[in-house]
Design a protein around this ligand. Structure first.
Ligand code: ADP
Ligand code: MG
Length: 393
């Protein structure tokens, strides 16, 4: 079933409950990074310009079901107002009388921002009574928070069912379109580049990509376990020895169906991330050394594979890119993505940061900010916050 888009909803003069991802980093009560607010602002503005009463809501941080002044959304309101270019009234309440009164007093075109939804225990519990109170504030529901769509919480799942008119916002729609293309109908050859620290957190995504991609390129810390599975000595590198059998299974599954798996053939190694690195063959890592980046030969090989790809999905840095001495591999992948004529999608917190650091975000087809939700989607999982929108009227 197709997702209903916000564009098809009649919102004029109606109250729209708008679930956003305003989960921004806070430092000493100030917003540390405005990216998520900047991304959400056009949705707010569009709805307001279409004459809706916009009731924006989000979670922020790990509030444990009760008010925590250090996690208030209040500091977000003035920034949202500036970026959406309209006044935003912060409502220090979620579903109580304060919220009801603010909504009752609002006029078409007004924007309200409710307090952190996770100040209420009912939010993460997807509690029916809380859902009903939240739904009672509005006539229409729009979810533009893809990053929490993998959680069945009140504001993402339970509340949506209580609206006949429910739809995906533009950010959500873009994420689903790009990730569906990668997962369900990629232009071939489809190349998956998977790296980052560990296999364990991404096992299902890795398995799914190994079933779907024509070429799976393994880099970063997780490649170490695969090198180990192939009998290489990896010294003191980060490995998950208990996952060696799983790594063997993934290798066998991919190669068994004719896909190729590419592992690093050279590496930048050092006794630790603060020591200077040296480049060695992947078969010549010393017993006291750690693999901290892919080497130049591997970088070249990846670039030439990406240049011939139809679709590329990349998650996970190729090295400890936070240290300039071990960033070359990750930046080279970012550059190769940008240069590739393929449909290119990057996902994951650190990988997206690396793409931004390389200054190439604008050259990729899609930068997925969904983090865990993106990986779960690619793993083939049903995302509760997405499925519920498919059932809209
Ligand atoms: P993402 O957030 O993009 O999904 P991850 O969280 O899985 O990526 O992994 C990012 C981390 O992986 C980075 O902090 C990086 O330092 C680390 N990493 C990458 N390669 C290695 C390596 N060879 N050894 C240790 N850590 C690594
Ligand atoms: Mg990460």
């Amino acid at each position: 079933m197709a997702l209903r888009s916000m564009d098809t909803l009649n919102v004029e003069g109606r109250r729209v409950l708008l679930r956003l991802d305003l989960n921004v980093p806070l430092k000493d009560g100030k917003v540390g990074d405005e990216t998520r607010i900047r991304e959400a602002a056009p949705t707010v503005r569009t709805l307001a310009e279409r004459g809706a009463v916009v009731i924006a809501c989000s979670h922020l941080g790990r509030a444990k079901g009760k008010p925590d002044p250090t996690l208030s959304l209040a500091p977000v309101a003035p920034i949202l107002a500036r970026l959406a270019d309209r006044p935003v009234l912060f409502v220090p309440d979620t579903v109580g009388d304060g919220a009801k009164q603010a909504v009752a007093a609002a006029k078409p075109g007004d924007v309200l921002l409710l307090e952190n939804l996770r100040f209420e225990a009912g939010e993460e519990k997807n509690d029916p009574a809380f859902c009903a109170r939240l739904a009672a504030l509005a006539d229409v529901y729009v979810n533009d928070a893809f990053g929490t769509a993998h959680r069945a919480h009140a504001s993402t799942a339970g509340v949506a069912k209580l609206f006949k008119d429910r739809a995906a916002g533009p950010l959500m729609a873009r994420e689903i379109a790009a990730l569906s293309k990668v997962r369900d109908h990629p232009d071939r050859p489809f190349v998956a580049v998977v790296g980052g620290a560990k296999i364990s957190g991404k096992l299902e995504t890795l398995q799914s990509l190994a079933r779907r991609a024509d070429t799976v390129i393994l880099v970063g810390g997780m490649a170490n376990t695969f090198l180990l599975a192939q009998g290489a000595a990896v010294g003191k590198s980060l490995v998950e020895a208990e996952l060696v059998p799983m790594a063997k299974e993934i290798l066998a599954a991919a190669t068994g169906r004719g896909a190729s798996v590419v592992l690093p053939t050279d590496a930048v190694v050092a006794p630790g991330p603060d020591a200077p690195g040296r480049t060695v063959s992947a078969s010549a890592v010393g017993p006291d050394e750690m693999i901290l980046d892919i080497g130049p030969e591997t970088r070249q090989r990846i670039a030439s594979i990406l240049a011939k790809a139809g679709t590329v999905f990349w998650n996970g840095p190729a090295g400890v890119f936070e240290k300039p001495a071990f960033a070359a591999g990750t930046l080279a992948i970012a550059q190769a993505m940008a240069a590739s004529p393929a449909f290119t999608v990057v996902g994951g917190g650190e990988s997206v940061a690396a793409v931004q650091q390389a200054g190439v975000a604008g050259k990729l087809s899609h930068v997925s900010t969904g983090g865990g939700a993106s990986l779960e989607f690619l793993a083939g999982d049903v995302l509760p916050g997405v499925t519920v929108l498919e059932g809209g009227a």
